[in-house]
Write a protein that binds this ligand. Structure first.
Ligand SMILES: NC(=O)c1ccc[n+]([C@@H]2O[C@H](COP(=O)([O-])OP(=O)(O)OC[C@H]3O[C@@H](n4cnc5c(N)ncnc54)[C@H](OP(=O)(O)O)[C@@H]3O)[C@@H](O)[C@H]2O)c1
Length: 224
């Protein structure tokens, strides 16, 4: 059975990814900041790993703890929205925190877990981004911190897709839709079950070596 490493698996979309892949019989390694408090994840009986993406040493410790293991898919799901996104009220400290978790950490995680990914069969690195990171799609302004963190993630993943292609790694950027999670809120348009079912189909459709795509959960190509 294929194996997958998922970040931010204690709640929201990460938890639903863990639930669906585990139900499908995959070997799931689920990372979250504090596994002892992730009771919904514990109920799935998947392997858990402590990982705080805002702490570079935590990323290295998780990779070391799993040394020698292989993962077919590295799923960079964890992310934060950030506080105070209005022009005139922007906090540099908050902007740095969000960039660290949403942009820098997924790349550092991919660096740290590259041996695990290269040891796997599929060698697929997936990144949860957002339509809000699309510069072409931005018609309403605002959300400076979140938008820029995901636009920068998209740019970094483009470089990863080029740099890692010779090593057989395929990359994919996915927008989950507007989903009912703590981040998406109760008025969001779709449930985590629908979003994850769609994104799993997109992941299944990836052809080894295909060029980087920026897709939504339903398979639509999104503009950069
Ligand atoms: N929901 C939407 O409508 C929507 C739309 C577009 C894109 N997205 C993207 O989809 C992904 C998942 O979002 P979601 O809706 O599931 O969000 P969520 O419900 O707010 O959950 C966020 C997850 O990220 C984890 N996380 C936050 N900071 C972390 C850190 N420093 N280290 C490790 N884990 C950390 C959280 O862990 P803790 O429990 O420890 O806080 C939690 O598991 C994100 O990348 C988000 O930007 C979501």
């Amino acid at each position: 059975m294929p194996s997958i490493f998922i970040t931010g698996a204690g709640r929201g979309l990460g938890l639903e990814f863990a639930r669906q892949y585990s139900a499908a019989g995959w070997t799931v390694t689920a990372a979250c900041r504090d596994p002892s408090r992730a009771s919904d994840l514990a109920a799935l009986s998947v392997e858990t790993v402590a990982l705080d993406l805002a702490d570079a040493s935590s990323i290295l410790r998780a990779a070391e703890r799993l040394a020698g293991r292989s993962f077919d898919i590295l799923l960079n799901n964890a992310g934060v929205y950030g506080e105070g996104q209005q022009f005139g009220r922007l906090s540099e400290r908050e902007w740095e925190r969000v960039m660290l978790v949403n942009t820098i950490a997924p790349v550092k995680l991919t660096e740290a877990f590259l041996p695990h990914l290269l040891a796997g069969q599929r060698k697929l690195a997936v990144f949860l981004t957002s339509k809000m990171g699309s510069i072409a799609d931005n018609s309403s302004g605002g959300s400076y911190i979140y938008r820029s963190s995901k636009a920068a993630l998209n740019a970094a993943v483009k470089s990863l897709s080029i740099d890692l292609a010779p090593r057989g790694v395929t990359t994919l950027l996915l927008h989950p839709g507007w989903v009912q999670t703590d981040m998406g809120g109760p008025n969001a348009l779709i449930t985590p079950e629908e979003s994850i079912a769609g994104m799993r189909r997109r992941i299944d459709e990836v052809e080894p070596g295909q060029p980087l795509k920026f897709l939504d959960y339903a398979g639509a190509l999104l503009p950069w």
